[in-house]
Write a protein that binds this ligand. Sequence first.
Ligand code: ADP
Ligand code: MG
Length: 288
Amino acid sequence: MAGESRTRGYHSGSVDTVLSVDEVAREAEKLREAVPEERLVALARGEPFVSIRGLRAGYGNMEILHDFTLHVARGQSLCLIGPNGAGKSTVLHSVYGFTRIFGGSIVVGDGSARRDITRLTPERKLKEARVAYILQDKSVFPGMTVEENLLMGGFLLHSPRAAKEAAERVFGKYERLAARRHHPARVLSGGERRLLEISRALVMEPDVLLLDEPSIGLEPRFIDLVFEILHDLQHKEGKTILMVEQNAKKGLEFADLGYVLVSGQLGLAGTGGELLANPEVGRLFLGG
Ligand SMILES: Nc1ncnc2c1ncn2[C@@H]1O[C@H](COP(=O)(O)OP(=O)(O)O)[C@@H](O)[C@H]1O
Ligand SMILES: [Mg+2]
């Protein structure tokens, strides 16, 4: 899939208007402007809940993110967009503890509960800092029932009973899953499978959801379903959402805030609406 989409670039429009990924990356470099941190804090309503400051992180000895800063308020959503390979997934991996961190900090929480989680293990991030990374793309076990898959989300809870209760809460919320609880997960549609992936993370009652391309591989009607579910989680349950979305239009329409990442650095930041209205963002990432 990756190979094919690479040559097609980012447009959904007619083929002759398509920019190659290399062209998008080159042009995106020109977009980059210095965004003062005060502006980022203001976008997070002056009260950031998740703050990434001066982050330098990567894999092995390779630094992918250079002095990257991000702020998002509690109950806000932020979408990272940018060219392929810009480091978007690496931002999420860093928050969750899957990268090597060379410098900078990641802080989560408000008031006196605010704490530095930069070097916590993923397990402690989930359990103590209530940050969940939504595993997707083949992370559902097809031969196991929907219920068994969901219960796996509670593996860190202190008892099987606590996991069962947490799973029941999720079933109470999502009728579509409850109706299929004893069916093998392989019978789920693409959209239901994505819902199961998200639900599995909800078992731990996280405050912060990290989502890497929630719409990937889904038919359009399921994409809308996934964004509706995320909308509910943000607006009805106050979850803070940090997502990466290749479908930049959907992502920016959904999210309160948008950041454009270019070569491991912040290129542009604004409200989702501001970025949607930015002609250069439109030309490079929105297919118009
Ligand atoms: N596990 C990994 N080990 C080494 N390099 C990686 C790994 N994952 C990603 N990279 C590299 O990090 C860079 C940024 O990748 P990524 O964060 O996945 O970009 P994006 O999500 O914006 O497409 C790329 O050059 C990629 O090859
Ligand atoms: Mg990625």
